[in-house]
Write a protein that binds this ligand. Structure first.
Ligand SMILES: Nc1ncnc2c1ncn2[C@@H]1O[C@H](COP(=O)(O)OP(=O)(O)OP(=O)(O)O)[C@@H](O)[C@H]1O
Length: 612
């Protein structure tokens, strides 16, 4: 199913699941088979599962946990894969070492040497691992595989092993994939291989929209074999007319898909189209952007006669979508944390900052923050559940001959300390929190993180001039980690609230699939540190760089295409009213230019004058 925003793809997927249960439920139960539904996030998985009445015959999960549930039984294959993977990494590191130029700094050489030793030790250690498990970050020596490994390992198994494919189809004769545009190509290939082998015994469905691909690792368009059925959905059920027109205009320069319909409302007996609003404000990039956004909101409240547009401190009814949010970070109180993992930081940190998946953040977000909250709020059951799940001190193998009551007491004390260190008045740094957690063995540590905690000397912040290529990536990691560990620990809670969507801000990348009545989209290249998106280039306000032109010539895509897709996703989230606020250095010239693009009707483009 390939269809535009708001066309009801997810709704259809859920109805499809319900139909399968109605038609095949009895047989599935008898054969101990289940229906699999794969979503992009845990949150989406929870929503869909609730929509099918939490039926145990439906297995809704992210691709990672789905693949792990399939592969975990193949321990011998996993062990062989890991050994191979370590050998590969070793060869890469040794190759780097042999090719370091004369200007490569000593600390980079040292880090390379340490990594080589670490992998050699891991190579030794895995021979002792009895069974591998799945964790947030890889630690092969302890038998833990991380997210990326699961994808690579399981898809390889699926592509290469006939028996594995048979097993997939036997366990899950129906597999639906939502948001298929952001699925890794290797996963699509793997599922297709199962389908080719099993034919009518395996029903595979992809639901997506190539124009809503956000991640560079996503496949975009899933190739359709000739004997597959395409299910069109031309109508848009979410957007009011004004926003539907905008969505079609944005797509016109992309893939030309045109949607019809638009959201309708009951008016007595009749169904009438909702008109809604879609406006653009073009404002100057200066130090008053916060105030200007507030002014726009007040203006809309007045124009729409809707008080809910007024800025609110609590229960804000307007969803504000920002690209990467320095403004939100500063205002919500995690400016340093934002800077550490975004300014001149490795791409993986920047991307992983948005959904808290970056490896330096994982132990904090998955255990230490929720643990501190549970302790503070006296939720003993949650405290225990978290510790059981994450702490090696409570793992069965480590409890033999131990006085459990004492161990629990010990853990309670450390948990309280973690909470204190992260309190709003605390002077502690993130390094203090992580060091405490590591030394008290509260949580298993990603070896990369352990290395930075142990190695104080290599972490001292200094700026590196004249970096050789290749060294730059490692250096930016070292610099970022130094800044990260030095961050005040009391910035973690506001950051967590932001990531958990408890603030009125969301990232533009994170709102896929969601819908809100009132949406305000901030376009501000000056705020973002992400080179992959540029609203000024997308709107033609800034020239393409020489590098962009080269990429285009080579058939690649530039920030223009990526930004168009992001913009499309943002604008199509609104069910009623949309405002786009564009910050640019020269608003007057921008207004003239944008009028000529035909994306927004002229009457809906405003400048600072309207706010005066
Ligand atoms: N057949 C329908 N009739 C009326 N409303 C519908 C229908 N199908 C879906 N909707 C409504 O339209 C909205 C969008 O549906 P849904 O989220 O399933 O679309 P989608 O294609 O998955 O959207 P997106 O690609 O933007 O994530 C929802 O509010 C849903 O309740």
């Amino acid at each position: 199913m390939v269809a535009g925003a708001g066309s009801g793809k997810t709704t259809s997927l859920i109805k499809g699941l319900a139909s399968i249960l109605a038609i095949h439920g009895k047989r599935l139960r008898l054969r101990r088979q289940r229906v699999a539904c794969i979503t992009y996030t845990e949150i989406a998985a929870g929503e869909i599962w609730a929509d099918v009445g939490s039926n145990p015959l439906v297995h809704v999960s992210t691709i990672h946990s789905f693949l792990w549930s399939l592969a975990r039984g193949f321990q011998q294959d996993i062990a062989a894969w890991v050994a191979n993977r370590i050998d590969e990494r070793l060869r890469e590191l040794q190759h780097d070492a042999a090719n370091f130029g004369p200007r490569v700094q000593q600390k980079t050489r040292d880090k390379n040497a340490r990594e080589i030793t670490r992998y050699q030790q891991q190579r030794e250690a895995i021979t002792q691992v009895r069974s591998f498990t799945y964790g947030t970050g890889s630690d092969y020596a302890k038998g833990i595989l991380g997210h990326d490994d699961i994808i690579k390992m399981a898809s390889q198994l699926m592509i290469q092993r006939r028996l594995f494919r048979t097993l997939v189809a036997q366990q899950f004769p129906f597999v639906f994939v939502d948001e298929s545009q952001d699925t890794f190509p290797i996963i699509v290939e793997a599922f297709m291989a199962v389908q080719q082998q099993e034919r009518a015994r395996f029903c595979l469905g992809f639901f997506g929209d190539p124009m809503q691909r956000i991640y560079p690792t996503g496949i975009g368009t899933v190739p359709k074999p000739d004997d597959w059925r395409a299910i069109p959905k031309p109508e848009n059920f979410r957007s009011p007319t004004s926003i539907l027109n905008l969505a079609n205009a944005i797509r016109r320069d992309g893939d030309d898909l045109v949607q019809i319909g638009g959201r309708k409302e009951k008016n007595g007996e009749q169904e009438v189209s909702v008109v809604g609003t879609a406006r653009l404000f073009v404002l100057p990039t200066d130090a008053h952007r916060d105030e200007r956004v507030a002014q726009v909101r007040a203006w809309i409240a007045n124009a729409n006669d809707d008080e809910l547009w007024q800025p609110a401190l609590k229960n804000d009814q307007v969803k504000m979508l920002v690209i990467v949010h320095r403004m939100a970070a500063k205002r919500l109180g995690f400016g340093d944390l934002y800077a550490a993992l975004n300014d001149k930081a490795p791409e993986a940190f920047k991307n992983g900052f948005l959904d808290a998946s970056a490896w330096p953040l994982r132990p904090l977000v998955s255990l230490l923050l929720p643990l501190a909250d549970a302790v503070r709020e006296g939720r003993d059951f949650d405290t225990m559940r978290l510790l059981r799940l994450h702490s090696p001190l409570l793992a069965k193998a480590n409890l033999q001959g131990v006085n459990i009551a004492e161990r629990l007491k010990e853990l309670q004390v450390v948990s309280n300390q973690v909470d204190e260190l992260m309190g709003s008045q605390s002077q502690a740094t993130i390094r203090d929190v992580l060091t405490l957690a590591k030394e008290s063995r509260l949580v298993e540590f990603d070896p990369r993180l352990s290395a930075y905690l142990e190695d104080v000397a290599a972490n001292e912040s200094e700026t590196d001039e004249n970096l050789d290529e290749g060294e730059e990536g490692l250096s930016s990691e070292i610099r970022s980690m130094a800044a990260f560990l030095a961050c005040p620990a009391n910035q973690l809670r506001p950051y967590q609230a932001y990531v958990n969507e408890e603030s009125p801000f969301s990232t533009q990348q994170g709102v896929k699939g969601a819908e809100f009545d009132r949406v305000l989209v901030v376009l501000d290249d000056d705020e973002g540190t992400h080179v992959q998106f540029s609203y000024e280039k997308y709107l033609g306000l800034k020239e393409l760089s020489a590098r962009d032109r080269k990429v285009l010539q080579e058939g690649g895509e530039t920030s223009v295409e990526r930004t168009r897709r992001l913009f499309y996703v943002c604008c199509t989230r609104a069910r009623q009213d949309l405002v786009v606020v564009l910050f640019v250095p020269d608003p007057a010239a921008a207004v003239v230019h944008i009028r000529g693009l035909g994306i927004f009707p002229e009457a809906d483009i405003f400048s600072q004058d309207a706010l005066a």
